[in-house]
Design a protein around this ligand. Structure first.
Ligand SMILES: NCCCCNCCCN
Length: 378
């Protein structure tokens, strides 16, 4: 049985071309323009100033690598509705943009678990009309009644994953097995590390490296994590959620904290790339589909949700984009090499050590915010 901190599977050569193509498509401004000319525009910036996207298109605000032209085109062919995609790097960026008036710019957003809870508290999500959704029965059983959104009343689980360390075997001073690797090797790794530009993930992993919970509400523990991250700060080349891939491939970076779905795409592209789930535990997340409370074109949003719940649609997206689907019927259609990819679908004993991020109390959120601002602007 694989153990935490160990790479779990040899890359499948057959997947490499598809992944390289995905990275090329998503990284190329020229192709982004091409997509705009077709039916799926992908923007790395936010929505147009002034918000308000009631132009008949389906405006999606999502993470990188969760949609591609294939998905958008199939949807447009089916429904006649064009798709426009804006990308965000963290739940907090998405929340800030929605609160700053972007709530009427998007029909569909992809908040993670704890962010669904936070947005519910703020009345920012539409209560879903379950009679307009088909395919919920396709979800894996553990997502039928998630704690972050009982009965999926405001969100539909889309995919899940872990957050760990992705490294270049030829450019790393050793094989990381745990978060501590970064601190223990900080001199050799200096300016060769990237951490996620994601407050709860990065401060959470630092809490974990100290033996605390991702979800600590103890101010002393949160401050200890801040100080520990501050110690590593001079050695961190950048806080990045995307855009570290080329430097990791070239060996200019040694190790990047990464979401499993992004990491796996790289491990399938180049066998020097290894992804590990840290032995002391990683975050285990679910990303969802939700409709902002003031969304335009709600009908198109329901059509998108139903489209993604179709097993054939979901499984073909997974084959190109490599996220771990929350849809059991889609999983059943996947080729065996993806189903058995233990980086993507880790065994239960590894998942047991992982921790879901949950909403912390207001005082802790303020502390996380304050320390995150200080450490990222240091
Ligand atoms: N490109 C895929 C990114 C996956 C992001 N999931 C975020 C989880 C945050 N806790």
């Amino acid at each position: 049985m694989p153990v935490p901190g160990t790479r779990l599977q040899t890359p499948a050569d057959s997947r490499r071309f598809a992944v390289s193509r995905r990275r090329f498509l998503q990284g190329s401004a020229a192709v982004v323009t091409g997509l705009a000319a077709a039916n799926c525009r992908q923007n790395l910036a936010g929505p147009p100033a002034g918000g308000g996207s009631n132009d008949g298109a389906l405006h999606i605000y999502t993470w990188a690598n969760y949609t591609d032209d294939g998905l958008a085109q199939a949807f447009t062919e089916r429904t006649g509705i064009p798709v426009v995609v804006d990308i965000y790097d963290s739940n907090e960026i998405m929340l800030t943009r929605l609160q700053a008036g972007g709530g009427d710019a998007y029909s569909i957003i992809y908040p993670s678990d704890y962010m669904v809870s936070e947005m519910l508290e703020l009345d920012l999500l539409t209560a879903l009309d379950q009679s307009r959704i088909t395919g919920l029965e396709n979800l894996r059983a553990q997502w039928s009644n998630p704690a972050y959104d009982p009965n999926n009343a405001h969100s539909v689980p889309f995919c899940w994953g872990t957050t760990g360390l992705l490294y270049n075997r030829e450019a790393s001073p050793g094989e990381p097995t745990d978060w501590n690797f970064l601190w223990d090797n900080q001199a050799q790794l200096s300016r060769r590390i990237t951490m996620l530009d994601d407050m709860r993930e990065t401060l959470g992993a630092t809490l974990k490296s100290l033996g605390y919970s991702y979800n600590s509400n103890n101010p002393d523990e949160i401050e200890a994590a801040y100080n520990r991250l501050l110690e590593l700060r001079p050695h961190i080349a950048a806080f990045k959620t995307t855009g570290f891939e080329n430097e990791l491939l070239s060996g200019d970076l040694s190790v990047s904290m990464a979401y499993s779905s992004d990491a796996i795409a790289l491990t399938l592209e180049d066998e020097r790339m290894q992804y590990i789930i840290p032995a002391s535990g990683a975050s285990l997340w679910t990303d969802t589909l939700a409709i902002p409370a003031t969304a335009p074109n709600v009908d198109a949003a329901y059509q998108w949700i139903n489209f993604l719940l179709e097993p054939e649609v979901a499984s073909s997206a997974v084959e190109r984009l490599f996220f771990a689907t929350a849809n059991q019927a889609a999983f059943d259609l996947l080729p065996a090499d993806i189903q058995n990819n233990a980086d993507l679908y880790p065994p239960d004993e590894i998942l047991a050590k992982s921790e879901g991020i949950v909403a912390v109390n207001t005082a802790s959120t303020d502390l996380f915010d304050q320390f995150w601002t200080e450490v990222t602007s240091a």
